[in-house]
Ligand binder design. Structure first.
Ligand code: ZN
Length: 686
């Protein structure tokens, strides 16, 4: 980390001073401003006069400027400690989305774009891509439909789908239900988790179905019955969302058919790397055929551990293996056969030390400098909560030494904050109308438990991976250089978007990196060699089951978005479909074998990915993993700390954002199209 006298960035950091009233009025002001620019263009231009410079460019500049404010207005809803602010932010988000939807359906604007496309102007590649992408968006929003009645119906569907998305999210974020358990029933949970639970007078403890309760429960609680109740509780956590989910997939199917696509999946994937639904289906079925047997073999190992465990405890059991047993026995197997205890490992990875080491890795690889704000500066309204750590990022001297952007880390769990880790762009980068460059701001959001004063926050190895992964998105966002914010950073095809972060996870399995990051919270010692080697040996243990789980979600996702007829989707019982697909792919038993049928749980009610952006896109995680493994094997495997490879990767891949076809970006680094070999090789499948 850089510790010389801090430089002053050439661009002020964004401020976080919104009030519930200002959020709404700012959103309205932004919308009115963009609307007036659109109207001005319509007044002044005709299909004869319209050009890229007179129509597309001013709108692109307006879009760039608006994102400087609108991303932040919509950000409060995920992180603000103030419920009123979150509510206002949600409303602002809604207003902006509705406005965007209206804009993307403006017939008058579409006619101008349509005329410009036909004029075939000589544009730079990124501007040409912007024009064609936006023109295509108009078509994808129904403006090519010949009949007014069809356009009207399409619009109604869009509005309704947007409402459903909001309802789904609200239900997901609602306070979770839970169960009262005795301490005996919770045996195995750490003192830290037990102490955090609400307690009743009779000594019972309240365990919710939130992830920070669910995961330790499934992993450590000894009594199978407790885990079972929690698992089933979690799968039914958002039952109210079933109807929302069902209505959504029916409407999506109707909309896709209106546009002339055979189904929603075909409509969604045409803009992704995979391009066709057939290819996405083939990708999944090939993976399944390769991974199925490996999954079964992993299950057999888990069953053996279970048998031994219950034998020692003198508990009677059947020969089955249940959903609520996987996490527990995966953990036990790793503890017993590899002597890996995540809680012991965590003692070597206190968050503060890991972060500083992790930034060192990124500095060296990508030619960056991270400069944390001093306490004094933090008071100047530049954070949304006192826990947030802001950084100014600079290029290293050999990369030019100039300013790169701002990074914020908001790492601790907090009421009202989204629980899953994510990275989000707060302000995009782009070229201003005067040719100067606006640099981005990005935020890394995690929900690690906050350490007590005597004991700092300690990261398990999976949490360490999460940190690398999310910061990977952050770096992608920071080092991207594009003309238009539309293509900035992680605004790439969905089935490529995870690849840069998944690639960085490889560093979490590199013994040198892990050694350099480790620092025992009490003794300051490095991680012992045998503990490290044992951890590294577990890398691909349960990998098939892990990927099969993603495959299960992806298969369900593509299935509900690819019915052969509209009637089929209208009549589908998605709860039965959810559990049937799960059983078929994971080959693990659930309550259905205990006489409860296949409608016992409603996991689709909590399948937020399929409601938001990842619809017909869940396969992207696997698709991007294949690319990530290839990028690492080709560029970094011989020497992960090769800064030359790091720079090449930064400039050939990360810098491009979505400004060119993602396949061209990948080929630009690999020198060829990606292959599945590295992925399969890692798993030991070939
Ligand atoms: Zn990610």
């Amino acid at each position: 980390m850089f510790d010389a006298e801090p430089f002053t960035p050439p661009q002020a950091a964004p401020s976080f001073i919104a009030t519930p009233n200002s959020i709404i009025s700012d959103a309205k002001r932004i919308i009115a401003h963009i609307g007036s620019i659109q109207d001005g263009i319509i007044r002044n231009e005709t299909v004869k006069t319209a050009t890229f410079s007179s129509v597309v460019l001013p709108l692109a500049h307006a879009e760039d400027t608006r994102r400087l404010e609108s991303n932040i207005l919509c950000f409060y809803r995920d992180v603000s400690p103030d419920a009123e602010l979150r509510k206002a932010s949600n409303e602002a988000h809604q207003l902006i989305i509705e406005f965007d939807l209206e804009s993307s359906m403006r017939q008058d604007l579409f006619q101008l774009y349509d005329a410009i496309v036909r004029k075939n102007e000589d544009l730079d590649p990124e501007s040409d891509r912007l024009l064609k992408r936006q023109h295509q968006n108009f078509l994808r929003n129904g403006l090519g439909l010949s009949r007014e009645q069809q356009r009207q119906r399409f619009k109604e569907i869009g509005v309704r789908l947007n409402q459903l998305k909001q309802v789904f999210r609200t239900n997901q974020m609602a306070k979770s239900d839970g169960i009262w358990f005795s301490r005996t029933e919770l045996e195995g949970l750490s003192k830290h988790v037990l102490d955090s639970l609400e307690q009743e007078n009779d000594g019972k403890l309240w365990l919710t179905f939130e992830y920070h309760h669910l995961i330790p429960t499934l992993r450590y609680v000894k009594q199978s019955e407790t885990r079972k109740q929690c698992y089933i509780g979690f799968e039914n956590k958002c039952k109210a969302n079933v109807a929302v989910f069902n209505e959504t997939i029916v409407l999506r199917d109707e909309a896709a058919r209106l546009l002339g696509y055979p189904n929603h999946a075909t409509f969604r994937v045409e803009e992704k790397m995979v391009k066709t639904a057939e290819r996405a289906n083939r990708f999944l079925s090939e993976l399944r055929s390769k991974l199925s047997d490996y999954g079964l073999r992993e299950l057999e190992r888990l069953k053996a551990v279970k048998k031994k465990d219950l034998g020692v405890r003198g508990v009677q059991t059947d020969d089955r293996f249940y959903l609520w047993e996987t996490e527990f026995y995966k953990n036990l197997l790793v503890e017993q056969e590899y002597q890996v205890d995540q809680r012991k490992i965590a003692e070597y990875f206190p968050l503060a030390q890991v972060l500083s080491g992790l930034l060192d890795v990124f500095e060296l690889l990508f030619g960056l400098r991270f400069e944390e704000f001093v306490e004094e500066d933090k008071k100047k309204d530049i954070v949304w909560h006192e826990d947030v750590r802001p950084f100014a990022i600079w290029n290293s001297e050999d990369e030019g030494g100039d300013f790169v952007g701002y990074l914020y880390m908001d790492l601790f769990v907090r009421e009202g904050k989204l629980e899953q880790p994510f990275n989000v762009n707060l302000q995009p980068g782009f070229s201003r109308a005067d040719g100067t460059c606006h640099r981005p701001s990005t935020a890394l959001i995690c929900s690690f438990p906050k350490g007590q004063t005597t004991r700092s926050t300690l990261l398990t190895h999976p949490e360490l991976i999460t940190l690398f992964h999310e910061l990977g998105h952050g770096i992608h966002d920071l080092v991207s250089v594009t003309q238009h914010s539309h293509f900035h950073g992680t605004n790439v095809a969905l089935d490529f978007g995870e690849a840069p972060s998944q690639m960085l996870e490889h560093w979490c399995w590199n013994s040198e990196t892990l050694k350099s990051l480790s620092y025992h919270y009490a003794t300051s010692e490095k991680i012992p060699e045998d503990m490290l080697q044992n951890l590294l040996r577990t890398r691909y243990v349960h990998s098939a089951l892990f990927h099969l789980r993603t495959l299960q979600l992806s298969t369900f996702d593509l299935m509900v978005h690819q019915p052969s007829t509209h009637e089929e989707i209208k009549n589908m019982n998605t709860s039965i479909a959810w559990n049937t697909v799960r059983k078929k792919i994971m080959q693990i038993d659930g309550p259905e074998v205990l006489g409860q049928g296949y409608a016992w749980g409603h996991g689709q009610g909590n399948f937020g990915h399929a409601m938001d952006e990842y619809d017909a896109g869940m396969y992207s995680y696997l698709y991007a993993q294949v690319i990530a493994d290839d990028l690492f094997a080709t560029g970094f495997a011989p020497n992960p700390m090769d800064s030359q490879a790091g720079r090449k990767y930064r400039h050939a891949v990360l810098e491009k954002g979505g400004s060119q076809d993602e396949m061209a970006t990948v080929v630009g680094f690999l020198g060829r199209e990606p292959s599945m070999d590295a992925f399969y090789k890692n798993l030991g499948v070939i």
